[in-house]
Each structure stands twice: as structure tokens, then as C-alpha cells.
Design a protein around this ligand. Structure first.
Ligand code: ZN
Length: 92
């Protein structure tokens, strides 16, 4: 199985994001301008891949760090609920 490489690809993209753009907590939420809490994959991201975000979870991610937006916890959760159906997954 490609389980290990899925996990590696997912964490590499997040490590790069944090290295180059820092913590999302240094930014304001792009939706409500409260202090941001975490990085959120933008709805505008064009190429979305599926990666292993934890031993039991597959999550969409992008290899382009500019596809991520800082969001506060409540805006991120609200958006995740809405995005589940429309998201396009590009298999590697
Ligand atoms: Zn917000």
C-alpha cells in the first residue's frame, strides 16, 4: 500500500507551509478578521490531493502553500461542513 507515501506527502506540504509562512496564529482570519488559529485549504485551490493526515484519516491538501488561508477555529469548522460535498479530489 501507498499509505506511508500519502502520509509523507501530506506532512511535507504542511511543514513547508509552516516554514515559509509561519504559524497561522500570526495572521488574522480571512473571513472575520479575528485572530487566526490554523491554516485552511482555500476553496479556490485548483489542484487538491488526498493525503494521510493521521493514521485513520485521509484529508485533502494542496502542494501550493498559497492555497492556504489563515482562519479562526469557528470559520474553519463552518467552512469544512459546507465544503465536504463540493470538494474535488485529484488522485496521485
Ligand atoms: Zn473567522
Amino acid at each position: 500500500m501507498a499509505r506511508k507515501s500519502l502520509a509523507a506527502a501530506y506532512s511535507t506540504s504542511h511543514n513547508t507551509l509552516r516554514r515559509l509562512r509561519g504559524s497561522a496564529k500570526n495572521y488574522c482570519c480571512v473571513v472575520c478578521e479575528s485572530p487566526a488559529y490554523e491554516w485552511s485549504l482555500s476553496a479556490k485551490a485548483v489542484r487538491i490531493y488526498l493525503g494521510q493526515s493521521s493514521p485513520v484519516n485521509l484529508s485533502p491538501y494542496s502542494r501550493d502553500i498559497w492555497d492556504y488561508e489563515p482562519k479562526c477555529l469557528s470559520c474553519h469548522r463552518t467552512e469544512d461542513r459546507g465544503a465536504k460535498e463540493g470538494i474535488r479530489i485529484e488522485r496521485r
